[in-house]
Design a protein around this ligand. Structure first.
Ligand SMILES: Cc1cc2nc3c(=O)[nH]c(=O)nc-3n(C[C@H](O)[C@H](O)[C@H](O)COP(=O)(O)OP(=O)(O)OC[C@H]3O[C@@H](n4cnc5c(N)ncnc54)[C@H](O)[C@@H]3O)c2cc1C
Length: 383
């Protein structure tokens, strides 16, 4: 294959956002994914206000607004003892709203827009980066016609939590306290709070939570996630933990039908709480989940990931202009990610580590938060 300016591995929301931004800057982009779109991705499907605003910034307001996505305007937190705190969600500067959008739809929309913007899409499974004298010079990928060598001036890794590029470039993984596992399912005939996402800080899951994110009058994305070190210390699987949660009296009351879970899927989450993680290498950048950018409190990763995509596009643009793909040049991406995301990441990590471990404290805080909205804002900052 001929040399490409930019190869992006992974066409999830992060890879597709980077592709759109780089095409808008006039660059040649090859976008590779092992799957064709639409494809599912295990997720709560919570698309926060910040993501809608990024989509608008990409010039996709009309495309996005014409879709019939389920809007969200409130959050409900339920403490271990059942105390409830409700809050309204603010709209973004451009009027953007939060939504619950099945990822199968959301990701396909962005991937389609990347192709419309002129990125070439190629279905192949990337095996590894091509590294010569410490410099990434492209990728090797398994396509329908066999193993291909795809040379590139710069590789952007957006291949998610199990990124082969990330593993090859930094084999040492952050410890388990910086990771989580989560399960997502869909349920119909379930009583939901219309247009409100619910988080249950349930005793058996801390540090973690169960969620119900409504998608319509009686349909929801439902699931739970738990920090990996704590998950390993207990005996139950994620499916069993969810079953236990659904068997709680207040949940049983809400299940109107047979309670069948559909499309159950588990996946891992890479938190951005490990500050020393490198994201820039000679010839390559790590973005989104491949760059460990999920918020360690909320488990939300789409907004941070798309933010990283925009920052990577700016750095890539400058690197291409200067013909310099060294880590020294690309390091500005790492700094920009830290500046944009670390303050919230650090705060989230603090809340997750110190508040989510004591159920009694959460009960007290959630009761207290009803009269102290500033504290609640801190807890809900990135939802
Ligand atoms: C259960 C669960 C619930 C979550 N809920 C939310 C939520 O409600 N809101 C939120 O903001 N975040 C949530 N997250 C986090 C969110 O899903 C991720 O942060 C987000 O998907 C990151 O996007 P990405 O583009 O980096 O990676 P992904 O969405 O994982 O996309 C990576 C892409 O790379 C492709 N790929 C992977 N390996 C290769 C390869 N070797 N070769 C070629 N292609 C490859 C994959 O096919 C995929 O299309 C949740 C995560 C989990 C697990």
């Amino acid at each position: 294959m001929k040399q490409r300016e930019i190869v992006i591995v992974g066409a999830g929301p992060v890879g597709s956002t980077a592709a759109i931004a780089l095409r808008q800057l006039g660059h040649d982009v090859l976008l590779i994914d092992r799957q064709t779109f639409p494809r599912d991705k295990s997720c709560g499907d919570g698309i926060p206000v910040g993501v809608t605003e990024i989509v608008y910034d990409l010039g996709l307001k009309e495309v996005f607004d014409q879709e019939d996505f389920y809007p969200i305007d409130g959050v409900c937190l339920v403490s271990p003892a059942g105390h409830i705190y409700e809050s309204k969600m603010k709209r973004g500067k451009q009027g953007g709203q939060a939504h619950v959008i099945p990822r199968v739809q959301f990701d396909a929309l962005l991937q389609e827009q990347a192709v419309r913007a002129g990125a070439e899409f190629f279905q192949a499974r990337v095996k590894e980066p091509i590294v010569e004298s410490g410099q990434v010079r492209g990728v090797k990928a398994q396509g329908a016609d066999g193993l291909l060598v795809i040379p590139a001036r710069l590789v952007l890794a957006a291949d998610g939590a199990t990124s082969v590029i990330s593993r090859a470039l930094q084999p040492q993984r952050p410890p388990d306290v910086h990771r989580a596992v989560a399960l997502r399912a869909y349920m119909e005939e379930l009583e939901v709070r219309p247009h409100q996402v619910e988080f249950f800080l349930h005793r058996g899951i801390l540090p973690g939570y169960a969620w119900i994110f409504p998608m319509g009058a009686q349909k929801a994305n439902i699931g739970l996630g738990m920090r990996l070190d704590k998950f390993r210390q207990q005996q139950l699987s994620l499916e069993q933990l969810l079953e236990k949660f659904l068997a709680l009296p207040f949940m049983k009351e809400r299940i109107r039908g047979d309670g069948r879970l559909q499309d159950v899927a588990t996946w891992q989450l890479n938190f951005g709480s490990y500050k020393r993680l490198p994201r820039a290498f000679d010839g390559a950048l790590l973005l989104g989940d491949a760059g460990w950018l999920i918020d360690p409190l909320t488990g939300g990763g789409i907004e941070n990931g798309m933010t990283s995509a925009l920052l990577a596009a700016q750095t890539a643009h400058r690197a291409l202009q200067q013909g310099d793909f060294s880590r020294r040049m690309l390091h500005e991406y790492e700094r920009a990610c830290q500046a944009a995301m670390w303050p919230v990441m650090r705060r989230s990590y603090f809340v997750q580590r110190w508040l989510l471990r004591y159920p009694w404290l959460l009960d007290g805080l959630i009761k207290y938060a009803r009269n102290h909205p500033r504290l609640a804002e801190l807890l809900l900052a990135k939802l």
